[in-house]
Design a protein around this ligand. Structure first.
Ligand code: BGC
Length: 467
Protein backbone atom coordinates (compact mmCIF):
# COMPACT_ATOMS: atom_id res chain seq x y z
CA UNK A 1 0.00 0.00 0.00
CA UNK A 2 1.39 3.42 -0.92
CA UNK A 3 2.61 5.65 1.87
CA UNK A 4 0.13 8.46 1.06
CA UNK A 5 -2.66 5.95 1.09
CA UNK A 6 -1.73 4.79 4.59
CA UNK A 7 -1.44 8.37 5.72
CA UNK A 8 -4.80 9.22 4.27
CA UNK A 9 -6.45 6.29 6.02
CA UNK A 10 -4.81 7.28 9.22
CA UNK A 11 -6.04 10.85 8.83
CA UNK A 12 -9.62 9.84 8.07
CA UNK A 13 -9.64 7.17 10.73
CA UNK A 14 -10.75 4.67 8.10
CA UNK A 15 -10.07 1.06 8.92
CA UNK A 16 -9.82 -1.56 6.20
CA UNK A 17 -13.04 -3.46 5.60
CA UNK A 18 -12.83 -7.16 6.44
CA UNK A 19 -13.59 -8.19 2.89
CA UNK A 20 -13.60 -6.79 -0.59
CA UNK A 21 -16.33 -7.97 -2.92
CA UNK A 22 -16.49 -7.64 -6.70
CA UNK A 23 -19.10 -5.08 -7.67
CA UNK A 24 -20.73 -7.62 -10.03
CA UNK A 25 -21.32 -9.94 -7.08
CA UNK A 26 -22.84 -7.20 -4.93
CA UNK A 27 -25.16 -6.13 -7.76
CA UNK A 28 -26.19 -9.74 -8.40
CA UNK A 29 -27.06 -10.28 -4.73
CA UNK A 30 -29.21 -7.15 -4.59
CA UNK A 31 -30.85 -8.15 -7.87
CA UNK A 32 -32.35 -11.14 -6.03
CA UNK A 33 -34.88 -8.50 -4.95
CA UNK A 34 -35.72 -8.09 -8.66
CA UNK A 35 -36.03 -11.86 -9.03
CA UNK A 36 -38.63 -11.86 -6.22
CA UNK A 37 -40.46 -8.98 -7.94
CA UNK A 38 -40.69 -11.08 -11.13
CA UNK A 39 -41.42 -14.40 -9.43
CA UNK A 40 -44.10 -13.09 -7.10
CA UNK A 41 -45.93 -11.24 -9.89
CA UNK A 42 -45.65 -14.15 -12.37
CA UNK A 43 -46.56 -16.98 -10.00
CA UNK A 44 -50.24 -16.08 -9.83
CA UNK A 45 -50.95 -16.95 -13.49
CA UNK A 46 -50.45 -20.70 -13.04
CA UNK A 47 -51.64 -20.78 -9.44
CA UNK A 48 -54.96 -19.19 -10.32
CA UNK A 49 -56.35 -22.38 -11.79
CA UNK A 50 -55.91 -24.21 -8.48
CA UNK A 51 -56.93 -21.27 -6.30
CA UNK A 52 -60.20 -21.15 -8.22
CA UNK A 53 -61.01 -24.62 -6.95
CA UNK A 54 -59.71 -24.21 -3.38
CA UNK A 55 -61.49 -20.92 -2.68
CA UNK A 56 -64.40 -21.27 -5.17
CA UNK A 57 -63.44 -18.06 -6.97
CA UNK A 58 -65.74 -16.32 -9.43
CA UNK A 59 -64.63 -13.81 -12.08
CA UNK A 60 -64.58 -10.90 -9.64
CA UNK A 61 -62.75 -12.68 -6.83
CA UNK A 62 -60.26 -13.96 -9.42
CA UNK A 63 -59.53 -10.40 -10.47
CA UNK A 64 -59.12 -9.41 -6.83
CA UNK A 65 -56.78 -12.36 -6.23
CA UNK A 66 -54.63 -11.21 -9.18
CA UNK A 67 -54.66 -7.51 -8.29
CA UNK A 68 -54.06 -7.79 -4.50
CA UNK A 69 -50.33 -7.88 -5.09
CA UNK A 70 -50.50 -4.72 -7.23
CA UNK A 71 -52.44 -2.89 -4.51
CA UNK A 72 -49.74 -3.89 -2.00
CA UNK A 73 -47.04 -2.81 -4.44
CA UNK A 74 -48.53 0.66 -4.77
CA UNK A 75 -48.35 1.11 -0.99
CA UNK A 76 -44.88 -0.49 -0.80
CA UNK A 77 -43.59 1.81 -3.52
CA UNK A 78 -44.62 4.95 -1.71
CA UNK A 79 -43.32 4.02 1.76
CA UNK A 80 -40.04 2.67 0.36
CA UNK A 81 -38.43 6.07 -0.11
CA UNK A 82 -38.73 7.10 3.54
CA UNK A 83 -37.68 3.73 4.95
CA UNK A 84 -34.75 3.57 2.54
CA UNK A 85 -33.50 6.94 3.75
CA UNK A 86 -33.98 6.25 7.44
CA UNK A 87 -32.67 2.68 7.67
CA UNK A 88 -30.21 2.87 4.80
CA UNK A 89 -30.23 0.81 1.60
CA UNK A 90 -28.73 -2.35 3.06
CA UNK A 91 -30.97 -2.65 6.11
CA UNK A 92 -34.02 -1.91 3.96
CA UNK A 93 -33.09 -4.78 1.65
CA UNK A 94 -32.62 -7.08 4.66
CA UNK A 95 -36.03 -6.05 5.96
CA UNK A 96 -37.58 -6.70 2.55
CA UNK A 97 -36.03 -10.17 2.48
CA UNK A 98 -37.76 -10.90 5.81
CA UNK A 99 -41.10 -9.60 4.46
CA UNK A 100 -40.73 -11.72 1.29
CA UNK A 101 -39.94 -14.84 3.31
CA UNK A 102 -42.79 -14.40 5.78
CA UNK A 103 -45.15 -13.51 2.91
CA UNK A 104 -44.21 -16.60 0.89
CA UNK A 105 -44.64 -19.03 3.79
CA UNK A 106 -47.85 -17.48 5.10
CA UNK A 107 -49.42 -17.39 1.62
CA UNK A 108 -48.73 -21.09 1.27
CA UNK A 109 -50.66 -21.94 4.43
CA UNK A 110 -53.65 -19.66 3.71
CA UNK A 111 -56.77 -21.39 5.04
CA UNK A 112 -59.21 -19.03 3.29
CA UNK A 113 -59.46 -16.30 0.67
CA UNK A 114 -59.24 -13.33 3.06
CA UNK A 115 -56.06 -14.68 4.65
CA UNK A 116 -54.65 -15.32 1.18
CA UNK A 117 -55.44 -11.78 0.03
CA UNK A 118 -53.82 -10.23 3.11
CA UNK A 119 -50.67 -12.29 2.44
CA UNK A 120 -50.60 -11.21 -1.21
CA UNK A 121 -50.88 -7.57 -0.15
CA UNK A 122 -47.91 -8.12 2.22
CA UNK A 123 -45.86 -9.71 -0.59
CA UNK A 124 -46.95 -6.78 -2.78
CA UNK A 125 -45.53 -4.34 -0.21
CA UNK A 126 -42.19 -6.09 -0.62
CA UNK A 127 -42.37 -6.05 -4.41
CA UNK A 128 -43.33 -2.39 -4.63
CA UNK A 129 -40.54 -1.41 -2.27
CA UNK A 130 -37.90 -3.67 -3.85
CA UNK A 131 -38.72 -2.19 -7.27
CA UNK A 132 -37.08 1.10 -6.29
CA UNK A 133 -34.76 0.07 -3.44
CA UNK A 134 -32.76 -2.42 -5.54
CA UNK A 135 -31.97 -0.01 -8.42
CA UNK A 136 -31.09 2.76 -5.93
CA UNK A 137 -28.73 0.43 -4.03
CA UNK A 138 -26.99 -0.77 -7.20
CA UNK A 139 -26.73 2.70 -8.73
CA UNK A 140 -25.02 3.96 -5.57
CA UNK A 141 -22.38 1.24 -5.43
CA UNK A 142 -21.66 1.10 -9.18
CA UNK A 143 -18.81 2.93 -10.94
CA UNK A 144 -20.30 5.36 -13.50
CA UNK A 145 -19.05 3.45 -16.53
CA UNK A 146 -20.77 0.24 -15.37
CA UNK A 147 -23.87 1.71 -13.75
CA UNK A 148 -26.26 0.96 -16.63
CA UNK A 149 -25.03 -2.60 -16.93
CA UNK A 150 -25.19 -3.32 -13.21
CA UNK A 151 -28.58 -1.72 -12.55
CA UNK A 152 -29.94 -3.65 -15.53
CA UNK A 153 -29.08 -6.86 -13.62
CA UNK A 154 -32.23 -5.97 -11.71
CA UNK A 155 -34.41 -6.04 -14.84
CA UNK A 156 -32.74 -9.28 -15.92
CA UNK A 157 -33.60 -10.75 -12.54
CA UNK A 158 -37.22 -9.57 -12.93
CA UNK A 159 -37.55 -11.31 -16.30
CA UNK A 160 -35.83 -14.48 -15.02
CA UNK A 161 -38.16 -14.40 -12.00
CA UNK A 162 -41.21 -14.24 -14.29
CA UNK A 163 -39.91 -17.09 -16.49
CA UNK A 164 -38.97 -19.27 -13.49
CA UNK A 165 -42.39 -18.73 -11.92
CA UNK A 166 -44.09 -20.05 -15.10
CA UNK A 167 -41.82 -23.07 -15.02
CA UNK A 168 -42.30 -23.74 -11.28
CA UNK A 169 -46.09 -23.43 -11.72
CA UNK A 170 -46.00 -25.95 -14.53
CA UNK A 171 -43.86 -28.38 -12.55
CA UNK A 172 -46.06 -28.33 -9.43
CA UNK A 173 -49.20 -28.45 -11.56
CA UNK A 174 -47.95 -31.57 -13.34
CA UNK A 175 -46.93 -33.14 -10.04
CA UNK A 176 -50.47 -32.50 -8.76
CA UNK A 177 -49.16 -30.54 -5.76
CA UNK A 178 -51.40 -27.51 -6.18
CA UNK A 179 -50.78 -23.85 -5.45
CA UNK A 180 -49.19 -23.98 -1.99
CA UNK A 181 -45.62 -24.95 -3.02
CA UNK A 182 -45.78 -22.46 -5.91
CA UNK A 183 -45.95 -19.59 -3.40
CA UNK A 184 -43.70 -21.20 -0.77
CA UNK A 185 -40.83 -21.63 -3.27
CA UNK A 186 -40.23 -17.87 -3.28
CA UNK A 187 -38.76 -18.27 0.22
CA UNK A 188 -35.64 -19.90 -1.28
CA UNK A 189 -34.82 -16.69 -3.15
CA UNK A 190 -35.71 -14.40 -0.25
CA UNK A 191 -33.49 -16.34 2.18
CA UNK A 192 -30.67 -16.14 -0.40
CA UNK A 193 -31.24 -12.38 -0.63
CA UNK A 194 -31.04 -12.06 3.17
CA UNK A 195 -27.86 -14.11 3.54
CA UNK A 196 -26.22 -12.44 0.54
CA UNK A 197 -27.00 -8.94 1.78
CA UNK A 198 -25.40 -9.71 5.14
CA UNK A 199 -22.10 -9.90 3.23
CA UNK A 200 -22.65 -6.73 1.18
CA UNK A 201 -21.74 -3.20 2.25
CA UNK A 202 -23.98 -0.19 2.80
CA UNK A 203 -23.66 2.31 -0.06
CA UNK A 204 -20.98 4.99 0.36
CA UNK A 205 -23.41 7.68 -0.74
CA UNK A 206 -26.00 6.88 1.91
CA UNK A 207 -23.29 6.70 4.60
CA UNK A 208 -21.87 10.03 3.46
CA UNK A 209 -25.32 11.60 3.42
CA UNK A 210 -25.54 10.73 7.14
CA UNK A 211 -22.12 12.27 7.78
CA UNK A 212 -20.50 8.84 8.29
CA UNK A 213 -17.48 9.67 6.15
CA UNK A 214 -15.12 7.11 7.58
CA UNK A 215 -17.46 4.25 6.85
CA UNK A 216 -18.18 5.73 3.42
CA UNK A 217 -14.46 5.76 2.67
CA UNK A 218 -14.10 2.13 3.64
CA UNK A 219 -17.20 1.11 1.68
CA UNK A 220 -16.16 2.89 -1.51
CA UNK A 221 -12.67 1.43 -1.36
CA UNK A 222 -13.84 -2.07 -0.93
CA UNK A 223 -16.44 -1.99 -3.63
CA UNK A 224 -14.21 -0.96 -6.45
CA UNK A 225 -10.91 0.45 -5.26
CA UNK A 226 -10.63 2.90 -8.14
CA UNK A 227 -10.99 6.66 -8.49
CA UNK A 228 -11.40 6.87 -4.73
CA UNK A 229 -10.23 10.44 -4.29
CA UNK A 230 -12.28 11.70 -7.19
CA UNK A 231 -15.45 9.91 -6.09
CA UNK A 232 -15.27 10.99 -2.47
CA UNK A 233 -14.47 14.58 -3.36
CA UNK A 234 -17.42 14.57 -5.74
CA UNK A 235 -19.82 13.14 -3.17
CA UNK A 236 -18.52 15.57 -0.58
CA UNK A 237 -19.05 18.52 -2.87
CA UNK A 238 -22.63 17.53 -3.72
CA UNK A 239 -23.57 16.77 -0.16
CA UNK A 240 -22.15 19.96 1.33
CA UNK A 241 -24.08 21.97 -1.24
CA UNK A 242 -27.15 20.12 -0.09
CA UNK A 243 -27.24 21.03 3.57
CA UNK A 244 -29.55 24.02 3.08
CA UNK A 245 -32.06 22.01 1.08
CA UNK A 246 -35.54 21.08 2.14
CA UNK A 247 -36.06 17.34 1.65
CA UNK A 248 -38.69 15.67 -0.49
CA UNK A 249 -40.49 18.93 -1.25
CA UNK A 250 -37.41 19.89 -3.19
CA UNK A 251 -38.49 17.48 -5.91
CA UNK A 252 -41.31 19.88 -6.70
CA UNK A 253 -39.11 22.97 -7.04
CA UNK A 254 -38.62 24.19 -10.64
CA UNK A 255 -35.12 22.72 -11.16
CA UNK A 256 -35.78 19.24 -9.84
CA UNK A 257 -39.33 19.11 -11.14
CA UNK A 258 -37.82 18.37 -14.55
CA UNK A 259 -36.18 15.22 -13.11
CA UNK A 260 -39.43 14.18 -11.46
CA UNK A 261 -41.30 14.59 -14.75
CA UNK A 262 -38.76 12.32 -16.46
CA UNK A 263 -39.04 9.69 -13.68
CA UNK A 264 -42.84 9.70 -13.53
CA UNK A 265 -43.24 10.03 -17.31
CA UNK A 266 -41.03 7.01 -18.04
CA UNK A 267 -42.87 5.10 -15.29
CA UNK A 268 -46.28 5.72 -16.80
CA UNK A 269 -45.22 5.11 -20.40
CA UNK A 270 -43.50 1.86 -19.40
CA UNK A 271 -46.95 0.58 -18.43
CA UNK A 272 -49.18 2.43 -20.93
CA UNK A 273 -47.48 0.70 -23.87
CA UNK A 274 -49.35 -2.33 -22.50
CA UNK A 275 -46.49 -4.60 -21.38
CA UNK A 276 -48.43 -6.38 -18.67
CA UNK A 277 -51.34 -7.23 -20.92
CA UNK A 278 -48.75 -9.52 -22.50
CA UNK A 279 -47.02 -10.63 -19.28
CA UNK A 280 -50.27 -11.33 -17.37
CA UNK A 281 -52.65 -12.23 -20.19
CA UNK A 282 -50.53 -13.81 -22.95
CA UNK A 283 -52.44 -17.12 -22.87
CA UNK A 284 -55.72 -15.20 -23.23
CA UNK A 285 -54.32 -13.26 -26.21
CA UNK A 286 -53.25 -16.50 -27.88
CA UNK A 287 -56.65 -18.05 -27.20
CA UNK A 288 -58.33 -15.07 -28.86
CA UNK A 289 -55.96 -15.55 -31.79
CA UNK A 290 -57.43 -19.01 -32.26
CA UNK A 291 -54.63 -21.08 -30.68
CA UNK A 292 -56.62 -24.23 -30.04
CA UNK A 293 -55.30 -25.91 -26.90
CA UNK A 294 -54.49 -24.39 -23.53
CA UNK A 295 -51.12 -26.14 -23.57
CA UNK A 296 -50.05 -24.52 -26.86
CA UNK A 297 -51.15 -21.16 -25.46
CA UNK A 298 -48.95 -21.76 -22.40
CA UNK A 299 -46.09 -22.92 -24.63
CA UNK A 300 -46.37 -19.75 -26.71
CA UNK A 301 -46.37 -17.78 -23.45
CA UNK A 302 -43.15 -19.47 -22.33
CA UNK A 303 -41.54 -18.50 -25.64
CA UNK A 304 -42.44 -14.88 -24.89
CA UNK A 305 -40.93 -15.26 -21.39
CA UNK A 306 -37.65 -16.64 -22.75
CA UNK A 307 -37.37 -13.90 -25.40
CA UNK A 308 -37.89 -11.36 -22.60
CA UNK A 309 -34.92 -12.79 -20.68
CA UNK A 310 -32.62 -13.08 -23.72
CA UNK A 311 -33.35 -9.56 -24.95
CA UNK A 312 -32.66 -8.19 -21.46
CA UNK A 313 -29.20 -9.80 -21.59
CA UNK A 314 -28.60 -7.89 -24.83
CA UNK A 315 -29.82 -4.71 -23.11
CA UNK A 316 -27.19 -5.23 -20.38
CA UNK A 317 -24.51 -5.25 -23.07
CA UNK A 318 -25.87 -2.20 -24.87
CA UNK A 319 -27.07 0.22 -22.21
CA UNK A 320 -23.64 1.68 -21.36
CA UNK A 321 -22.50 1.57 -25.02
CA UNK A 322 -25.42 2.90 -27.03
CA UNK A 323 -26.81 4.87 -24.09
CA UNK A 324 -30.30 5.23 -22.64
CA UNK A 325 -31.83 7.55 -25.22
CA UNK A 326 -31.05 5.43 -28.26
CA UNK A 327 -32.57 2.38 -26.60
CA UNK A 328 -35.70 4.30 -25.57
CA UNK A 329 -36.19 5.84 -29.01
CA UNK A 330 -35.43 2.66 -30.98
CA UNK A 331 -37.46 0.47 -28.63
CA UNK A 332 -40.56 2.66 -28.60
CA UNK A 333 -40.52 2.90 -32.43
CA UNK A 334 -40.38 -0.88 -32.80
CA UNK A 335 -43.07 -1.40 -30.14
CA UNK A 336 -45.37 0.96 -32.05
CA UNK A 337 -44.84 -1.01 -35.28
CA UNK A 338 -45.48 -4.34 -33.49
CA UNK A 339 -48.63 -3.05 -31.78
CA UNK A 340 -50.03 -1.61 -35.02
CA UNK A 341 -49.32 -4.97 -36.69
CA UNK A 342 -51.01 -6.81 -33.83
CA UNK A 343 -54.11 -4.64 -34.29
CA UNK A 344 -54.12 -5.31 -38.05
CA UNK A 345 -53.73 -9.06 -37.46
CA UNK A 346 -56.70 -9.08 -35.08
CA UNK A 347 -58.74 -6.83 -37.39
CA UNK A 348 -58.41 -9.42 -40.19
CA UNK A 349 -58.92 -12.37 -37.86
CA UNK A 350 -59.46 -15.40 -40.03
CA UNK A 351 -59.36 -17.72 -37.05
CA UNK A 352 -55.78 -18.91 -37.79
CA UNK A 353 -53.62 -16.06 -36.68
CA UNK A 354 -51.75 -17.78 -33.85
CA UNK A 355 -48.40 -17.82 -35.71
CA UNK A 356 -48.59 -14.18 -36.77
CA UNK A 357 -49.67 -13.14 -33.29
CA UNK A 358 -46.69 -14.94 -31.78
CA UNK A 359 -44.30 -13.17 -34.18
CA UNK A 360 -45.79 -9.74 -33.43
CA UNK A 361 -45.65 -10.39 -29.68
CA UNK A 362 -42.03 -11.55 -29.90
CA UNK A 363 -41.03 -8.38 -31.75
CA UNK A 364 -42.94 -6.32 -29.20
CA UNK A 365 -41.38 -8.00 -26.16
CA UNK A 366 -37.90 -7.76 -27.75
CA UNK A 367 -38.34 -4.03 -28.19
CA UNK A 368 -39.69 -3.57 -24.64
CA UNK A 369 -36.90 -5.62 -23.08
CA UNK A 370 -34.30 -3.53 -24.92
CA UNK A 371 -35.80 -0.21 -23.94
CA UNK A 372 -38.49 0.79 -21.47
CA UNK A 373 -38.14 -2.43 -19.43
CA UNK A 374 -34.60 -1.83 -18.17
CA UNK A 375 -34.16 1.86 -18.91
CA UNK A 376 -37.06 3.12 -16.79
CA UNK A 377 -35.89 1.37 -13.60
CA UNK A 378 -32.29 2.40 -14.31
CA UNK A 379 -33.12 6.05 -14.82
CA UNK A 380 -35.48 6.16 -11.85
CA UNK A 381 -32.41 5.36 -9.72
CA UNK A 382 -29.87 7.62 -11.40
CA UNK A 383 -31.59 10.88 -12.28
CA UNK A 384 -32.28 12.15 -8.75
CA UNK A 385 -29.71 13.79 -6.42
CA UNK A 386 -28.56 11.64 -3.49
CA UNK A 387 -30.57 13.56 -0.91
CA UNK A 388 -33.85 12.87 -2.76
CA UNK A 389 -32.84 9.77 -4.74
CA UNK A 390 -34.81 7.29 -2.65
CA UNK A 391 -37.83 9.62 -2.57
CA UNK A 392 -37.73 10.32 -6.33
CA UNK A 393 -37.30 6.65 -7.19
CA UNK A 394 -40.11 5.77 -4.82
CA UNK A 395 -42.54 8.30 -6.38
CA UNK A 396 -41.61 7.01 -9.86
CA UNK A 397 -42.17 3.44 -8.70
CA UNK A 398 -45.54 4.45 -7.21
CA UNK A 399 -46.56 5.94 -10.58
CA UNK A 400 -45.42 2.76 -12.32
CA UNK A 401 -47.47 0.42 -10.10
CA UNK A 402 -50.54 2.62 -10.28
CA UNK A 403 -50.32 2.71 -14.09
CA UNK A 404 -49.74 -1.06 -14.05
CA UNK A 405 -52.94 -1.64 -12.05
CA UNK A 406 -54.90 0.69 -14.33
CA UNK A 407 -53.84 -1.11 -17.51
CA UNK A 408 -54.19 -4.61 -16.05
CA UNK A 409 -57.72 -4.15 -14.76
CA UNK A 410 -59.01 -2.42 -17.88
CA UNK A 411 -57.47 -4.70 -20.54
CA UNK A 412 -60.21 -7.33 -20.76
CA UNK A 413 -63.02 -4.78 -20.51
CA UNK A 414 -61.33 -2.63 -23.19
CA UNK A 415 -61.24 -5.60 -25.55
CA UNK A 416 -64.94 -6.16 -24.78
CA UNK A 417 -65.83 -2.50 -25.32
CA UNK A 418 -63.73 -1.38 -28.31
CA UNK A 419 -62.35 -4.68 -29.63
CA UNK A 420 -58.82 -6.13 -29.70
CA UNK A 421 -57.53 -4.09 -32.70
CA UNK A 422 -58.47 -0.71 -31.22
CA UNK A 423 -57.05 -1.77 -27.82
CA UNK A 424 -53.64 -2.54 -29.35
CA UNK A 425 -53.76 0.67 -31.39
CA UNK A 426 -54.44 2.59 -28.19
CA UNK A 427 -51.22 1.15 -26.70
CA UNK A 428 -49.45 2.03 -29.99
CA UNK A 429 -50.65 5.62 -29.55
CA UNK A 430 -49.06 5.70 -26.08
CA UNK A 431 -45.92 4.27 -27.70
CA UNK A 432 -45.79 7.31 -30.01
CA UNK A 433 -46.22 9.63 -27.01
CA UNK A 434 -43.46 7.69 -25.22
CA UNK A 435 -41.14 8.30 -28.19
CA UNK A 436 -41.87 12.05 -28.26
CA UNK A 437 -41.48 12.30 -24.48
CA UNK A 438 -38.11 10.53 -24.55
CA UNK A 439 -36.92 12.57 -27.51
CA UNK A 440 -37.70 15.92 -25.91
CA UNK A 441 -37.20 15.41 -22.18
CA UNK A 442 -34.93 12.49 -21.36
CA UNK A 443 -31.21 13.34 -20.98
CA UNK A 444 -28.40 10.93 -21.91
CA UNK A 445 -26.89 9.79 -18.61
CA UNK A 446 -24.52 7.18 -20.03
CA UNK A 447 -21.04 7.47 -18.48
CA UNK A 448 -21.97 10.42 -16.24
CA UNK A 449 -21.38 10.20 -12.50
CA UNK A 450 -24.44 10.54 -10.26
CA UNK A 451 -23.01 13.87 -9.11
CA UNK A 452 -22.70 15.14 -12.70
CA UNK A 453 -26.33 14.17 -13.31
CA UNK A 454 -27.27 16.08 -10.18
CA UNK A 455 -25.55 19.22 -11.46
CA UNK A 456 -27.26 18.78 -14.85
CA UNK A 457 -30.66 19.47 -13.26
CA UNK A 458 -29.39 22.11 -10.88
CA UNK A 459 -27.82 24.14 -13.68
CA UNK A 460 -31.09 24.18 -15.62
CA UNK A 461 -30.31 21.10 -17.76
CA UNK A 462 -26.71 21.73 -18.83
CA UNK A 463 -23.89 19.22 -18.65
CA UNK A 464 -20.98 20.44 -16.59
CA UNK A 465 -18.16 19.08 -18.77
CA UNK A 466 -15.45 20.00 -16.29
CA UNK A 467 -16.89 17.82 -13.53
C1 BGC B 1 -41.99 -3.87 -15.53
C2 BGC B 1 -43.01 -4.89 -15.17
C3 BGC B 1 -43.04 -5.94 -16.26
C4 BGC B 1 -41.65 -6.50 -16.51
C5 BGC B 1 -41.64 -7.42 -17.71
C6 BGC B 1 -40.65 -4.51 -15.69
O1 BGC B 1 -39.69 -3.57 -15.99
O2 BGC B 1 -41.94 -2.86 -14.53
O3 BGC B 1 -44.27 -4.28 -15.02
O4 BGC B 1 -43.90 -7.00 -15.89
O5 BGC B 1 -40.72 -5.46 -16.74
O6 BGC B 1 -40.38 -7.88 -18.01
Amino acid sequence: MAFQERERRHATGATPSPRSLPVYFIAAVAAMGGFLFGYDTGVISGALLFLKQSFALNATTQEIAVSAVLAGAIIGAIVAGRVNDILGRKKTLLLLAVIFTAGALLTAISPNLVFFLVCRVIVGLGIGAAASVVPVYISEIAPSRLRGTLVTFNQLAITVGIAVSYWVDLTFAHAGLGWQPMFASAAIASIALFLGMLLCPETPRWLASKGRWNEATVAIEHIKGEQLEQELADIHRSLSEERQQVGVRELFTPLLRAALIVGVGLAVFQQFVGINTVIYYAPTIFEQAGVASASSAILATSVVGVVNVLATIVAILLVDRLGRRRLLLGGSSIMVVALVMLGIIFAHNSGHIGGLTLIALIVYILAFALSFGPVFWLMSAEIFPTRVRAAGASISSFANWTANLLVSITFLSLIGAIGAPATFWLYAFFGILAFIFSWILVPETKGRSLEQIERYWESGRHWDEAA
